[in-house]
Design a protein around this ligand. Sequence first.
Ligand SMILES: Nc1ncnc2c1ncn2[C@@H]1O[C@H](COP(=O)(O)OP(=O)(O)O)[C@@H](O)[C@H]1O
Ligand SMILES: [Mg+2]
Length: 312
Amino acid sequence: MTDLDYIKITELTRKFKDKTALNQITLSIQEGELFGLVGPDGAGKTTLLRILAGLLHITDGQVVAAGYDLNKEPEEIKPHIGYMAQEFSLYEKLSVMENMMFFADLYDVNVKNQKDRIQRLLSFAGLTEFKNRRAAHLSGGMQKKLALASTLLHDPPLLLLDEPTTGVDPISRREFWNILTDLHLNGTTIVVSTPYMDEADRCSRVGLMYQGELVICDTPGNIRRLLDGDLIKITTSDWQEAYIVLSPLAGVKEIQTYGEALHILVDSGKKRLPQLTRALKKHNLTVIEARTASPRMEEAFISLINKMESRK
Ligand SMILES: Nc1ncnc2c1ncn2[C@@H]1O[C@H](COP(=O)(O)OP(=O)(O)O)[C@@H](O)[C@H]1O
Ligand SMILES: [Mg+2]
């Protein structure tokens, strides 16, 4: 770590009574990064973002963000960040434009610049043609974009976004990420949490959180490369039975379940694929699909989480 870290988190612990939501997190984020916080429900993502936003006090450890020591001056950071809460609220009865004007006043955006800025942001978020529509009548994806546009009104250098795409359809998710990528290219530092592993691939660096711990923090490429071996995907007539048949076979390192499909990590895909399908057929299981595939972030994350669980 250097003094140049834009966000420097050192042994951060946050407790809620006897529940430890964050356990000794150490993490640095550089200016201009698009940093993803990934992890299942309860991992501690919201708690970490709320601490960075100056909204929660620190139980133990240090956090310095954008030059502010959050133990001493949590209030001072607020004008320098755009924070989009997981449960953000828009004024449903107000139109898109009226919502923007309301938040512009709240953030003290200079009245002279307000109109210009609002128009630019609405256009940036693809909302110009909906500016007179009531927020209540926007699609989920458009509401998220409006919430993002409103957090950008005061031009914050640091954006903290808590699951901004949860529950949104895949096309709107992609549009939202295109906007984030534009902001990233313009130099905004972004910390964004997501439960969607595929979104992690669009970040410059990713931290995987699990039960209050930072399990790993690296580039998507490096995290994917942590999986040694090959991936085989198999769908059969009975995944539970298939799981039992395949688990003890030679070369099988780990099996992950994805609905009806099994993703099997093996030492060599080419060598094991025929052996695995033969074993399934011998047990009278119908093989619907069996092929090798390239591992994604998702398999890497789940593998890391499985290793943590088995250590407990
Ligand atoms: N205000 C609170 N009071 C008590 N426990 C809380 C509170 N906020 C969060 N927690 C607990 O802290 C843990 C982390 O929660 P959270 O940061 O919301 O995780 P995530 O955003 O990754 O789902 C969870 O076990 C949660 O129940
Ligand atoms: Mg959360």
